[in-house]
Design a protein around this ligand. Structure first.
Ligand code: PRT
Ligand code: ZN
Length: 216
């Protein structure tokens, strides 16, 4: 027939910490994608999947708007952006935590000691949620990168940033005092997938779950 073949559109990070693991997961799912340098999109040769390569921050919006049907992205980005997407499956990579840190040696009893302080972060929404939960009023100073240097240059007295090994905090003379989110890469999906796209997603999820089982 001449009916168009249904395809699922997947958004993954173009380059950065999640790119290689995202490509590896697809490969282990038996899906072949040619990853040309500087390409914006690519098609699988053996599965009804089209892959878009994007900045991770843009992925939740693209999935909410159904420009992409699904995406692989960190939970930290999903929850900071507060987009209407379904978090469908944890992917087991990109593990980190979003934590508050203060200068080493400084007393920190509880979140109450942040009262009236200035906190530098790239995650203003998640930090504000945390402060509200704790009933603490503090000033949030949003910066887009190099958050760890903020206390050293007198810009803030605390920070909130992603941590994995902890060595960045250590090198900047900071101590982790509070974890506000545990994060890893997840599969997100548009809330109104068409049945034929949901059917393809179900096949992909079955393969992802098999890969995860085999890894354990
Ligand atoms: O260009 P694009 O916008 O797509 O990429 P990006 O620069 O915004 O993101 P990228 O590639 O740095 O990270 C993508 C995702 O990886 C994040 O959103 C997290 O979900 C996940 N991830 C896992 C991390 C880390 N671990 C991590 N350690 N993202 C960042 N870091 C940084 C952290 O910000 C800090 O500067 O690494 C430093 C801390 O690492 P340690 O090991 O010293 O503790
Ligand atoms: Zn980003």
């Amino acid at each position: 027939s001449n009916a168009p073949v249904a395809k699922l559109k997947l958004a993954i990070q173009k380059s950065g910490r999640l790119h290689d693991d995202s490509m590896r997961l697809l490969k282990e799912c038996g899906i072949d994608i040619s990853n040309g340098v500087n390409k914006l999109k690519s098609e699988a040769s053996n599965f009804p999947l089209e892959v878009f390569f994007l900045r991770d921050d843009d992925i939740p919006q693209y999935v909410e708007d159904a420009v992409a049907d699904i995406g692989f992205v960190g939970e930290n980005v999903v929850y900071e952006k507060k987009k209407k997407v379904d978090v469908t499956e944890k992917l087991g990579f990109g593990k980190c935590r979003l934590s508050i840190a203060v200068p080493k040696g400084e007393d920190y009893g509880s979140a109450a000691s942040l009262q009236g302080k200035r906190i530098a972060t790239s995650y203003p929404v998640l930090v504000q949620d945390f402060l509200d939960q704790q009933g603490v009023k503090a000033e949030i100073h949003e910066i887009s990168g190099s958050v760890e240097i903020a206390p050293g240059i007198g810009l803030a007295s605390a920070i909130c940033d992603l941590v994995s090994s902890g060595s960045t905090l250590f090198m900047n003379g900071l101590q982790e005092v509070e974890t506000i989110l545990q994060s890893q890469a997840v599969l997100i999906r548009n809330s109104n997938l068409k049945p034929e796209q949901q059917a393809i997603l179900d096949k992909l999820l079955f393969r992802i779950q098999s890969v995860k089982k085999a890894r354990n």
